[in-house]
Design a protein around this ligand. Structure first.
Ligand code: SAM
Length: 242
């Protein structure tokens, strides 16, 4: 009798584990479908409509994707920044819902093209100011030489923020301040990544900033495209304004 009960509870456990695995797989398939519905080089308007509708579920969905880019970028800045963090001004470009880690910084300004994303960011109470701006078609709505740190995470990729915006990010940074940028290194973003790297190099050749560090990350996030499996790679770039 006792042995039968033990066997039944083991069977229950296996069933529960299988159900949990199925539900996490279903969740991943759902997130994949959401992202693929607006992947690649869509129009700016389509992209913003997509982010507007995604905003409510964004945090939950990117956690299923194991998206840790905001942590990678925040830590990269944090490991080089030697100034006074409490008074430093941080500009979070394409801030989304506000997933950056504060790591001792207290003054954040956020910019994004999606109103719904900005509403979510407002709820975090992390930002002193939030501005709506369609980057690439509108100028970055901040003064030159105004921020100690300028950071853009998850925004620089094909169909999102155009490469030319890197120059505006550089100009918004105070001399000696840091600019941190990220991009994906998977197949559908390779051409964009090459253009971005060319632009970063041009700004360096023009004496506007110096390259501090490039961090290549193998497991950037889980792959969602049909021809990739497992995890896709990504990169964090850190520059210092001259
Ligand atoms: C993948 S999310 C990243 C959000 C946040 N930085 C993070 O890492 O969670 C990309 C964000 O960039 C914004 N975005 C994309 N293209 C944009 C553009 N051209 N101008 C302004 N915002 C843009 C979207 O609205 C979205 O909030």
């Amino acid at each position: 009798m006792k042995r039968l009960r033990m066997r039944n509870s083991r069977v229950d456990l296996i069933i529960q584990l299988k159900l949990a695995m199925t539900s996490s797989n279903d969740q991943f398939e759902h997130v994949k479908a959401v992202i693929l519905s607006c992947h690649g080089d869509t129009s700016a308007e389509e992209k913003m409509n997509f982010y507007d509708t995604w905003a409510d579920n964004y945090d939950q969905d990117v956690s299923v994707l194991e998206y840790h880019a905001p942590v990678f970028a925040s830590k990269t800045v944090s490991s080089h920044f030697t100034g006074e963090r409490k008074s430093a001004r941080v500009l979070d470009v394409a801030c989304g819902t506000g997933l950056l880690k504060k790591l001792g910084f207290e003054h954040f300004v956020g910019i994004d093209g999606s109103k719904a994303m900005l509403e979510m960011a407002k709820n975090t109470t992390m930002y002193q100011d939030l501005k709506i701006c369609m980057l690439g078609s509108q100028p970055l709505p901040v003064d030159h030489d105004a921020f100690d740190v300028v950071i853009i995470v998850g925004g620089l990729s094909v169909g999102n923020v155009p490469v030319k915006v890197a120059r505006e990010l550089c100009m918004a940074t105070k001399t000696g301040g840091y600019i941190c940028l990220t991009t994906r290194s998977n197949q559908d973003n390779l051409a964009y990544k090459a253009c971005l790297e060319q632009e970063l190099k041009t700004l360096e050749e023009q004496g506007l900033w110096r390259r501090v560090q490039v961090v290549n990350v193998d497991q950037w996030e889980r792959a969602v495209s049909h021809d990739e499996q497992g995890y896709i790679p990504g990169a964090v770039y850190l520059y210092q304004r001259l």
